[in-house]
Design a protein around this ligand. Structure first.
Ligand SMILES: Cc1cc2nc3c(=O)[nH]c(=O)nc-3n(C[C@H](O)[C@H](O)[C@H](O)COP(=O)(O)OP(=O)(O)OC[C@H]3O[C@@H](n4cnc5c(N)ncnc54)[C@H](O)[C@@H]3O)c2cc1C
Length: 374
């Protein structure tokens, strides 16, 4: 029996695994894919995480990150809003970052089962049975870090799973002429596309769109032609960029509905506990921060030899309170911002207002971000 089984080896799962393993717990991570892998993500990480990464001896310079400190938001009308970012961030591909963390966790002694999809998680007699195609593993604690939407959300009958979401998202890596210190958020009908530099000689382009527009135009290429490239900044990028991946990464049903940080006694972390609207550029930081909070709470309440139902209840309550305190308001503001963008009229109007009132945009950015943490 492991102390902890971590289901899903994205950022939340990998950081939970590293922290709990370092504290002496027996940790197994089960990940359905194999590393390294591309993921749909804008790949801009807020500098909030830097002190924490430094505390784990993670050297960003060695990962060749791009430093980003300027924001531009554009509308299909051509209106543009520009701002220097107070906190700023860095660009790092998930291909590089997740694989680096996987190798680090592996070298430090975390057990991995990759290429293995968890089919079910059962809570029986104060422990978990985690079902994979070939085996049933047992652990005292289960961390759910299986991302935005998984087969397990359906298995666990989580309410958000049954509310259909119309959004799909697509990610490319490209080579092009674009400022290295800039993140650009380009809006069009029913969506937006983030563009920024990542590690190496490449830029990340990640867009969200509405499935009705995809249905209407039939293919991603036709959707790009008829909807996305109506934004002149994106038209320029699509015309001049060299596309590097064989095919883009695509995901569907991106939901911003509320979720619970603890469900069926499983401790949820990262997007599995709650996902912020991508335009806030802060989901990865929140995934990492939630892993830090969860592993700290586990280490406060969990003892390998003795872990009864009362201690488990205390851990669950303590984690839920901390998660809500740290993230609930940010997610709410992210949901409201998501409504303002992606409609041509409200986007252009919002950018006009922000151009006249720079402190308002500073305020909004600060409300969707936290403080640097270590
Ligand atoms: C369009 C878009 C753009 C974004 N841009 C940014 C950005 O620029 N900056 C930012 O900070 N955030 C961004 N985000 C958010 C960010 O990508 C997520 O918040 C972050 O990836 C969450 O990490 P995670 O570890 O919770 O989940 P993930 O990274 O999704 O990891 C979940 C893992 O669980 C695995 N898994 C799922 N089901 C199972 C199963 N049954 N068994 C085993 N494994 C399983 C998956 O394979 C995956 O590896 C964006 C999101 C979207 C949709």
């Amino acid at each position: 029996m492991s102390d902890v089984i971590v289901i899903g080896g994205g950022l939340a799962g990998l950081f939970n695994a590293i922290l709990l393993n370092r504290a002496g717990l027996k940790v197994t991570v089960i990940e359905k894919k194999t590393y390294p892998m591309h993921r749909v993500c804008g790949e801009y990480i807020s500098n909030e995480v830097i002190p924490f990464l430094s505390s784990l001896d993670i050297d960003l310079e060695a990962l060749n990150v791009a430093r980003i400190n300027r924001l531009e938001v554009t509308a299909a009308s051509g209106t543009k809003f520009s701002q220097q970012l107070d906190l700023g961030g860095f660009g790092l591909s998930r291909f590089t970052f997740d694989n680096f963390l996987y190798q680090k966790a592996l070298a430090e002694g975390v057990t991995f089962m990759t290429g293995t999809r968890v089919e079910d998680i059962r809570f029986v007699n104060n422990h978990f049975e985690v079902v994979t195609p070939g085996s049933v593993l047992t652990a005292r604690l289960a961390i759910g870090s299986f991302g935005k939407r998984s087969n397990l959300d359906q298995k666990l009958k989580r309410p958000f799973f049954y509310k259909r979401s119309p959004y799909l998202a697509v990610k490319f890596h490209v080579r092009m002429n674009f400022p290295d210190d800039l993140i650009q958020l380009n809006n069009y009908k029913d969506g937006y596309c983030g563009v920024s530099k990542t590690d190496g000689d490449r830029y990340c382009m990640c867009y969200m769109a509405h499935r009705d527009d995809l249905r209407k135009y039939g293919t991603l290429q036709a959707l790009e032609e008829n909807v996305i490239r109506k934004n002149p900044y994106l038209n320029d990028i699509f015309s001049n960029a060299e596309f590097l991946l064989d095919k883009p990464e695509v995901i569907n049903e991106i939901s911003f509905e509320k979720k619970a940080p603890v469900d069926n006694h499983i401790l949820m972390s990262g997007d599995t506990a709650g996902m912020i609207a991508p335009l806030c550029g802060n989901g990865m930081t929140m995934a990492i921060h939630s892993a830090k909070i969860l592993s700290e709470k586990i280490l406060i309440h969990y003892q390998t030899g003795k872990f009864d139902e009362r201690t488990r209840a205390n851990l669950e309550t303590d984690y839920t309170q901390s998660w809500n305190h740290q993230f609930a308001q940010r997610l709410w503001i992210g949901r409201q911002l998501q409504r303002l963008f992606g409609n041509n009229n409200t986007t252009a109007l919002t950018l006009h207002i922000l151009n006249g009132l720079p402190p308002v945009s500073r305020f909004l950015i600060s409300k969707t971000h936290g403080k640097p943490f270590a």
